[in-house]
Ligand binder design. Structure first.
Ligand code: CA
Length: 253
């Protein structure tokens, strides 16, 4: 499906990668502005804004994380980081600075397209629908009643488990750092207690799986090693097959 007309600002200093991505994304119907440095990205941003920003962290003049912070200070536009840096602390720094998602090179075009669509969908409207329901696959969370069901079966959750699921569902498709989950569910005093999240996520997976009967619902909560968690529609196996079929882009450098 073509996303018609969303304006993308692509910040990438690697010439072949930039050319390939602008051609690919242009064919999908996006309008592309591209920049090779942080300063030119900021100039383009001030002149046109954009519906979405794609940022390579390793830029010649400015740290990509600073660029994220400066854009985020004045806009809620979705930001996806595209980088050869695969280190956990780089991912966390970018996400905490306000990036919505992170792709490590090499990645597939299908994966990039899926991430772009997920963040644009989120930006287009409120996360819960008008009735205050958050849904993902067989999981439904009713915000007003504080009630969770899996395939219509009620699931009994503790207040922390419920809040954790709510935060994950309201960020469907996007990675949520452990720090962000801790602050949202347990409060700022707990920001160093990363193991809480791990324990609670596993408990949540077990409860959801027990209600579902097949257990496959637990796979909807995906671990992003060292960084955090993401809930998503496509089971991991399917995503892997897509990755094999689609073209891998942007070699690490
Ligand atoms: Ca670079």
């Amino acid at each position: 499906m073509k996303q018609v007309g969303a304006a993308l600002l692509l910040v990438e200093d690697d010439e072949p990668a930039r050319r390939f991505l602008s051609t690919y994304l242009g064919r999908l119907g996006y309008r592309i502005d591209s920049a090779t440095t942080g300063q030119s990205a900021l100039r383009l941003w001030s002149a046109h804004r954009a519906d979405l920003v794609l940022i390579d962290l390793g830029l010649p003049d400015l740290d990509g994380v600073d660029l994220i912070r400066r854009i985020r200070a004045e806009s809620n536009a979705p930001i996806i980081v595209v980088s050869a840096r695969g280190e956990e602390h780089d991912k966390i720094a970018a996400l905490e600075a306000g990036a919505d998602d992170y792709l490590t090179k090499p990645f597939s075009t299908a994966e990039l397209n899926a991430r772009i669509r997920a963040v644009l969908r989120r930006a287009a409207g409120p996360d819960a629908d008008a009735s205050g329901r958050l849904e993902l696959g067989p999981i439904a969370l009713d915000v007003a009643r504080r009630n969770v069901t899996v395939s219509g079966q009620s699931v009994r959750l503790t207040p922390h488990e419920y809040e954790l699921l709510k935060v994950l569902l309201s960020h469907a498709g996007r990675v949520v750092t452990k720090g962000r989950l801790l602050r949202a569910v347990w409060g700022t005093a707990y920001s160093d207690e990363g193991h809480y999240v791990h324990v609670y996520v596993n408990r949540l997976r077990r409860k959801l799986a027990a209600a579902d009967g097949t257990g496959s619902v637990a796979d909807l909560i995906v671990t992003e090693p060292g960084v955090g968690y993401r809930v998503m529609h496509a089971p991991a196996v399917e995503a892997d097959q897509t990755r094999k079929r689609s073209r891998i882009v942007a070699k690490p450098r």
